[in-house]
Write a protein that binds this ligand. Structure first.
Ligand SMILES: *Cc1c(COP(=O)(O)O)cnc(C)c1O
Ligand SMILES: [Zn+2]
Length: 399
């Protein structure tokens, strides 16, 4: 790494800069890697398995022909992050941050989370032998809280929103000198998340997808995805870039609103563009965000990659869960089903042609929020334990 660059004003900070955000304008910083660093990271995984003895990243990319054919797509793939150690896409970011924290000699790593960043940090911190403090909204799904607690983190559930948790984590981390993993302000989460792009590139034997559809709340997963492809291009390993599409719930669509605003205004001036907060209300808790914490970087990624920002209603997110599960064997939580719901909308609007190579990022496991999955699933058929009863039930099913 040789410097940090601000997403808003483009000013750079030297490699030894120790603040969180841009000292000139408060914008989020991007780690600028030189060619040698990028090539070194590509050659050898930056997720040091001696310090974090877990399989971070390296998740499978599955062809999903039956799911794709159901709407006429011939080259649909799922990037299955449900099999990551804590069962979400957050583990690459947690690993990158914990390695930084260890290097900085920190005793405690902290994070504000809707649930997954917290359970992920707790998981990776347990493996690395460092303490974690997790601050979440009280409403976080019980599985995510239970994961974080089982991994031994100190879990504080605030009577408030994710945004309240974020602000409190920032204050407490400053007060107590904790190393803060919170999304957006810590530039290393993006460094972890970019590796997902490299994995997809390797799984496709060096081919570049036409588009990658990313479920989006804070926008860090999306900005990381774009960064990964841009670095591959910067070192000459690819000669074209994918579009990065943004999939959001209608009830939490701050980034989509910003993208649409810019598209109609013409040439963007990033120093003056602000992503405006919404009053988030969606059942997809992982992407329920009032003020996106990496909003500007995500908006830039969507515009620069010529991607599309799509919103879908919660009813379509719920329906997408069993559609994906029954045709692929991959079980998503609501946020992770959102890209497929968005792809269906894009195909209906003729924004995707049948031969495009489309990757949906499946960012978290359905087991993390069983209550929501249950709303979209059938109930088991309860019968007496006899063959007669079973036959009668099957006959009824056929009818
Ligand atoms: C965090 C998360 C997202 C969205 O990532 P952002 O960086 O907040 O946009 C999507 N899906 C799941 C399962 C997540 O945990
Ligand atoms: Zn700045």
């Amino acid at each position: 790494m040789n410097s940090f660059r601000c997403f808003a004003c483009d000013r750079t900070q030297p490699a030894d800069f120790t603040g969180w955000t841009c000292p000139s304008c408060g914008g989020n910083l991007d780690v600028v890697n030189d060619r040698e660093t990028i090539l070194q990271q590509i050659r050898q995984s930056p997720f040091d398995s001696t310090r974090i003895p877990l399989e971070i990243g390296n998740t499978p990319l599955y062809a999903a022909p039956r799911l794709g054919h159901s709407i006429g797509l011939r080259n649909l793939y799922l990037k299955d992050d449900t099999v990551s150690p804590s069962a979400s896409s957050k583990d690459r970011a947690s690993a990158a941050v914990v390695l930084q924290a260890l290097q900085a000699g920190a005793d405690i790593v902290s994070v504000a989370s809707t649930g997954n960043a917290g359970s992920s940090l707790a998981c990776v911190a347990a493996a690395a032998g460092i303490k974690a403090v997790v601050i979440v909204p009280e409403s976080a799904p019980v599985a995510k809280l239970t994961q974080a607690l089982s991994f031994g983190a100190t879990v504080l559930a605030v009577r408030g929103t994710y945004d309240d948790a974020f602000d409190l984590c920032l204050k407490a981390s400053t007060q107590f000198g904790w190393y803060n993993r919170s999304t957006g302000i810590n530039p290393y989460t993006r460094e972890g998340k970019k590796i997902c792009a490299w994995e997809i590139w390797a799984s496709l034997d060096g081919r570049v997808p036409d588009r990658i559809v990313v479920p989006t709340g804070d926008g860090n997963l999306l900005s990381g995805m774009w960064k990964g492809w841009r670095e591959l291009q910067a070192v000459g390993l690819i000669d074209r870039l994918p579009r990065i599409d943004c999939a959001q719930s209608e009830g939490s669509a701050a980034i989509t609103h910003a993208v649409h605003g810019i598209r109609s205004d013409g040439e963007p001036d990033w120093a003056t563009i602000k992503v405006k907060p919404v009053d988030a209300n969606t059942l997809a808790d992982s992407i329920s965000v009032n003020l996106p914490r990496d909003g500007l970087a995500a908006v830039r990624a969507i515009i620069e990659s010529d991607g599309i920002a799509v919103t879908v209603p919660d009813s379509e997110i719920l329906a997408a869960i069993p559609e994906m599960a029954t045709t692929t064997g991959v079980f998503p939580e609501p946020a992770a089903a959102t890209p497929w719901a968005a792809v269906k909308r894009m195909v209906a609007a003729k924004n995707i042609s049948p031969d495009e190579l489309v990757v949906c990022l499946v960012s978290g496991s359905g087991l993390k929020d069983v209550a929501r999955a249950q709303e979209a699933a059938n109930r088991p058929r309860v019968i007496e334990p006899t063959l007669t009863a079973l036959e009668a039930e099957l006959a009824e099913l056929e009818a």
